[in-house]
Design a protein around this ligand. Sequence first.
Ligand SMILES: [Zn+2]
Length: 260
Amino acid sequence: MVPHAGSRTQEDPLKAEPSAQQALLDLQDTDSALARLQHRRGSLPELARIEELTAEVAELRGRQVEVETTVSDLTRAQKKADAEVEQVKTRRTRDEERLSSGAITNPKDLENLQHELGALERRISTLEDEELEIMEQLEIAQAELRAVTADHDALVAELTHVTAARDAAVEAIDAEVVSVNEERESVAPGVPADLLALYDKVRHQYGGLGAAALRARRCEGCRLELNGADLREIAAQPEDDVVRCPECSRILVRTAESGL
Ligand SMILES: [Zn+2]
């Protein structure tokens, strides 16, 4: 029996037929593919864009509500100003009618009436100026509301579009996941339970990669080239020994291209 390297913790290495070890590599391939798909699903560019757009839409909606309130306040103010102008004009008409009717003959009363008409005239002019100013503000607010609404609607349309693109991308990834899972299910029965348990343990310890091939003297898990002594030791082990990489401790599967 060849003495084991110090890096290996198990006294007696796990045994598995080369075909079972090859099946483990296939299983690792499907697990790596699943991890890549999972990562791709979580880092779709659409996800970041959706987040941005959702924030922008909410901001514009807030602005839209503000401007809607301004428009509604100014509309009410304009109606009120208009009613006031009409009220004073009605009074002026009534005074003018009284004046032209000839019913008022007393000079003092006539003078008072003419004074009042002058005051009403000035009041109408002031109220009309005020109403005009409100109407100008209202036009500005209405224009802003149209602009904000157009921006908001454009962003909502883009959000709908990007969301549909995300859904399509997720659907495509999910379809791939289903197909890789099918492949995994066809491979898994070829891996004995004890080897699978070791693989699961190592895989969780080493970021998802538990088993790697030894190709051209290099561990494909850590990418390091093994030194001559380690290679000689591995070459001397029975082919059904489950070997661990002396550098990264991953399960190292010997292949025809191992360079041993
Ligand atoms: Zn390694």
